[in-house]
Design a protein around this ligand. Structure first.
Ligand code: MSP
Length: 512
């Protein structure tokens, strides 16, 4: 089995202010990337910005800037967001880069050579905000304005010469592909949605525009620019050096293991993208996972509704790891999740401060006072000690499977259970009443420290900064974090130093 893993976020439309939805999809991908790294995989984690198309051209005009100048500024905001979110991305691609132009034009040439593209005329509805074409039955009239039913975005009538991709030819091949690869689209409800869309009949897809110029030129006809979704999707190939398919990046990482996306862009990733790739004789990605939306007061966030939750504000107030933990734990992954400050605060107070943080502080304080800051001997592990310690090795394969099936909630539930179990263990063992029994005292402290180490290791993908701080108790560095070690009950070496750490999470005091 190959030990390489390629995971992507969608590339973001550069908007002036990234919101919680953007932060969410990036944090989720970072979580998986970090887990696969500590599982021993060589991970390639890609994110970036999607900079072409009419939407960006218009936004630049509104800001009285040239499109590239506008994109240069705004793309920076997303690079900064990656830092603020402590993303471990290996690359940040911009669709205005040369490497990407080359890759898109190459893919176009292949599709053209294979007879998959023809010139005709498009007449139909188009939403600039979604950069998507819609059929008559996909639109409705609201307040005298024609909008797309799925997104609510305004549509305009478009009639112009356009190149088409013969998507209709790929209907049966796509259905066969979904059948042969039952986990290509997850979760299952989204797969059903895609399959019924494809079964209902695919029309050829307009893949070029003539009425504006902000895009990648069609190589054989400079009057046209390539449709922004064909352009954007190809970023996943550009980053692994396509069209050079003999280089190591492409050989090691293509096909991508996981495109993580929001449910609104499923059709592009699960229908158009595999069709383009199959038509070009390139292998499609192994999986597309469509997560739900982060809602604010039960509604999708949007500028017009004025309900945008600013991730930076929340991070400044409560800390990055608190936000990461909250989003990963509280959103039922795959479904929409309504986020609220009250729930965030209760998560910080009960799980992070009272449960995990408190476990670390009380065990360290007790060890310091009673045996000094050295790892003690574990002389006589009792049956109870072993049951608790072994639950990590017993569940090791389950944990790996949870991640491979994008089952974030089961992974989180396992950690939360272990935090409770570890606290309860320390309480029930009453080490303060065992001061006359040095052997038992040492064993209880050793077991508690091992539990802290194992839990902190599992927390690394969730709250990397705090996990590393907790692991620094045992002088474990980032490049030494390994999921395999949770199976080991005697990882800590007696006699080595225990380092004290500051409080991991402060309780949030709510003033009513
Ligand atoms: N540029 C396209 C993606 C091209 S990928 C080849 C795009 N960009 S976006 O900036 O509008 O959205 C990026 C991602 O953020 C999408 O996966 C989208 O679903 C996600 N989200 C945007 N708003 C969201 C929420 N409110 N909640 C969760 N995710 C949301 O689409």
């Amino acid at each position: 089995m190959s030990k390489n893993y390629y995971i992507t976020t969608p590339i973001y439309y550069p908007s002036a202010k990234p919101h919680m939805g953007h932060a969410y999809s990036s944090i989720v991908v970072d979580f998986f990337a970090r887990f696969k790294r500590i599982e021993g995989y060589k991970v390639f984690f890609l994110t970036g910005t999607d900079e072409h198309g009419l939407k960006i051209q218009r936004a630049a005009e509104e800001n009285k800037k040239k499109p590239l100048e506008f994109c240069n500024e705004i793309s920076k905001t997303f690079k900064q967001l990656s830092n603020t979110l402590n993303l471990s991305n290996d690359d940040f691609i911009r669709t205005t880069e040369k490497r990407h132009h080359k890759s898109v034009q190459n893919l176009w040439n292949i599709l053209e050579k294979k007879g998959e593209i023809y010139l005709s005329k498009y007449s139909g509805w188009y939403s600039v905000s979604d950069e998507a074409f819609y059929l008559d039955d996909e639109i409705e009239t609201k307040d005298n304005i024609k909008v797309a039913k799925s997104s609510g975005s305004k549509v305009e009538w478009l009639e112009e010469e356009s190149y088409f991709f013969k998507l209709s030819n790929w209907q049966n091949k796509l259905l066969e592909f979904y059948e042969k690869n039952p986990k290509f689209i997850l979760p299952r409800s989204r797969k059903n949605e895609v399959v019924s869309f494809v079964k209902s009949g695919l029309k050829d897809l307009s893949i070029s525009r003539k009425s504006f110029s902000w895009g990648i030129e069609v190589p054989s006809n400079k009057k046209h620019v390539i449709y922004v979704w064909l352009d954007a999707l190809t970023n996943y190939l550009s980053a692994v050096n396509y069209p050079d398919i003999d280089n190591d990046m492409y050989k090691n990482f293509w096909p991508a293991d996981l495109h993580m996306i929001g449910k609104d862009i499923l059709r592009f990733h699960a229908v158009y993208w595999p069709a383009f790739l199959l038509a070009a004789d390139l292998p499609p990605p192994k999986r597309v996972y469509g997560h739900g939306w982060i809602l604010s007061n039960e509604e999708k966030m949007s500028k017009s509704k004025g309900n945008i939750l600013d991730p930076i504000e929340i991070i400044n107030q409560y800390g990055l790891d608190s936000l990461r933990y909250y989003l990963l734990k509280e959103v039922s992954f795959g479904n929409d999740g309504n986020i609220s400050k009250d729930k965030l605060i209760s998560c910080i107070n009960s799980d992070l401060a009272n449960n995990f943080g408190n476990l670390c502080q009380r065990v360290l304080a007790f060890a310091e006072k009673n045996i000094g800051l050295k790892i003690p001997e574990a002389n006589s592990l009792s049956e109870d000690d072993l049951i608790i310690l072994n639950s990590f090795s017993d569940n090791y394969q389950n944990l790996i499977d949870f991640i491979n099936n994008q089952n974030i909630n089961s992974y989180m539930n396992f950690i939360i259970d272990q935090m409770f179990v570890a606290n309860k263990y320390f309480n029930d063992q009453e080490p303060w009443n065992k001061k006359d029994d040095a052997k038992r005292l040492s064993t209880i402290i050793y077991t508690s420290l091992e539990l802290i180490r194992k839990i902190s290791t599992l927390l690394y993908p969730v709250i990397p900064q705090s996990s590393l701080k907790a692991l620094s108790i045992f002088a474990i560095k980032e490049n030494e974090v390994s999921i395999e070690t949770i199976k080991n009950n005697s990882f800590l070496k007696p006699g080595s130093v225990i380092k004290k750490i500051d409080i991991l999470f402060n309780k949030v005091i709510v003033n009513d």
